[in-house]
Design a protein around this ligand. Structure first.
Ligand code: NOJ
Length: 530
């Protein structure tokens, strides 16, 4: 019997619930909507879904401002809807991963309401309060990720409170053990309901320097860049004590059977990132590795990243890769439509658990948002810096009707021009579609353990072509990707002696390959032994 935990051979699919499927016509997606699409998720072939926050929230940051950690916001439905969804997904062999937002609460959370009521409140120390700095300004120079100072003055009590994100998202004081206990109980509440694990929001922010020292200025900051680039967050994030929290969360998950998965959202270089696995592999199972999203789209740069990551990965730890999420520009907009297909092949053939952002399987692009429809506070706070995240959060087009089968009402964000041809319905009917490619890749990955669990070796990097091998129990699969639009003739030192099992161009499937391969522009292939 295999001892491999389920999540190593899995593909995780991120659902942005506001935009997935609306069931009640209010223009915003909900849990009953996801339930309606459970068959789609099973048909697509993903193993787990991570759902962005569904807790009661004033929605200042669309759910990342939590007012109750053990409830469901009426906008998304009821606890019964949640339970039905867990059960329906389990029936289909799919696990549900919740988004846990422990770094900050909503300002409307009763804890913060109590904390701000008085300097003497027993909850005061649940948050981070400081007296004004010299001259009455903020206590230090820390910058909010959402723009401006990370400190907001509270008139009533004459102190500032800290918020790494919006002022509506005050940071909890994770040095306070009672905060930890309350939050771990929230984890237990959902674990008892059968969730498959958690994606922990901004894990690397959770502990800040005890002395609140100023962050050093960032010498490479250029005027016009987002505010958070002004400083290097040496003291405001990624503190050594954060690993203790990851360890404690992991221990809470391990109180429950079934290998519950702990993922950390961490925007750091691979060298810093790997510390989050924990000194004894007792931290998070998967610290999200986002670095492929910024790597220059050139074989040498991608290879350097893969090799750097594999080199620092501690023994026994499992890699993970991401190409898109609800905070970043759509991959099809960053790389173009044709290379988005190549990128999908890469994401689903690298060694490690991949996370796929909803809509990327359709090749959705950023949707231009007219200013009067802009909703994301990050974009509204930092105009002109490209920080608005609405373009990558637009609704999933399911069919070719005016509201795309997403809603019977007015979608909360526009669907974008040409959504009809991007829809699931249209792409299901087209064997050459991005959806067909993604589904075929997921299917192959499930059938070929070399792709999910196999070792990884570079084969060749020549100009615009990246080639690598995946090996499992003597079975060798070759992945060859042309990162350029110009056709390439590739020669291999050893004969691959196989046939194309999958190509971004389905017409190529079953072609035989020896020591040479003619790759079309923007083509990626997977070759299996003959
Ligand atoms: C990361 C989330 O992905 C993002 O959407 C959110 O705004 C911040 N964390 C703050 O919670």
């Amino acid at each position: 019997m295999s001892t491999t935990p389920w999540w190593q051979a899995s593909v995780i699919y991120e659902i942005y619930p506001r935009s997935f499927q609306d069931s009640d016509g209010d223009g915003v997606g909900d849990l009953a909507g996801i339930l309606e699409r459970a068959d789609y998720l099973a048909w697509l072939g993903v193993d787990a879904v991570w759902i962005c926050p569904i807790y009661p929230s004033p929605m200042a940051d669309f759910g990342y401002d939590v007012a109750d950690y053990t409830g469901v916001d009426p906008l998304f439905g009821t606890m019964a809807d949640f339970d039905h969804l867990v059960a329906a997904l389990h029936e289909r062999g799919i696990r549900l991963i919740l988004d846990f937002v422990p770094n900050h609460t909503s300002e409307k959370h009763p804890w913060f309401q109590e904390a701000r009521a008085s300097g003497e409140s027993p909850r005061r120390d649940w948050y981070l309060w400081r007296d004004p700095g010299p001259g009455g300004g903020p206590p230090n120079n820390w910058v909010s990720q959402a723009g401006g100072s990370a400190w907001t003055f509270d008139e009533a009590t004459g102190q500032y409170y800290y918020h790494a994100f919006l002022k509506e998202q005050p940071d909890l004081n994770w040095r306070n053990p009672t905060v930890r206990r309350a939050m771990y109980d929230a984890l237990r509440f959902w674990l008892a309901k059968g969730v498959g694990g958690f994606r922990v929001d901004v894990l690397w922010h959770m502990i800040k320097d005890a002395g609140f020292r100023d962050d050093p200025l960032n010498p490479s900051y250029v005027e016009g860049e987002p505010d958070f680039r002004r400083v290097r967050p040496v003291h405001s994030a990624d503190q050594p004590e954060v690993h203790e929290i990851a360890r404690e969360m992991r221990a809470v998950l391990e109180e429950y059977p079934g290998e519950r998965l702990l993922i950390g959202e961490i925007y750091l270089s691979v060298e810093r990132l790997v510390a989050y696995y924990g000194a004894d592999r007792d931290g998070v199972h998967l610290p999200f590795n986002f670095n492929l999203m910024w790597a220059p789209w050139r074989p040498a740069a991608i290879l350097a990243l893969i090799e750097a990551y594999e080199a620092v990965l501690p023994a026994g730890c499992w890699p993970t890769w991401v190409l898109g999420n609800h905070d970043q520009a759509r991959v099809a907009s960053r790389l173009g439509r044709a290379q988005a297909r190549v990128a999908m092949v890469l994401l689903l053939t690298l060694r490690g658990t991949p996370t796929l952002y909803n809509g990327d399987e359709l090749g959705l692009e950023n949707v231009p948002i007219p200013p009067e429809r802009a909703r994301d506070p990050f974009g509204l706070n930092m105009p002109g810096t490209g920080q608005g995240r609405d373009p990558q959060r637009t609704p999933i087009p399911w069919d070719q009707t005016a509201t795309a089968g997403f809603t019977t009402g007015e979608p909360w964000l526009p669907l974008g021009d040409g959504h009809e041809s991007r829809s699931v319905e249209a792409q299901k009917a087209d064997p050459e579609s991005m959806l067909a490619l993604t589904r075929a890749l997921l299917d192959l990955r499930r059938r070929e353990r070399a792709l999910s669990l196999g070792d990884w070796h570079t084969l060749a990097v020549a100009g615009d072509v990246l080639a690598f091998v995946r090996i499992f129990e003597q079975r060798r699969l070759f992945v060859v990707l042309n990162l350029d639009a110009v056709p390439k003739n590739v020669r291999f030192e050893e004969s691959l002696s196989g046939r194309i099992e999958l190509s971004t161009d389905p017409k190529r499937t079953h072609d035989h390959v020896g020591d040479r391969l003619e790759l079309d522009g923007d083509e990626a292939v997977i070759i299996v032994p003959r």
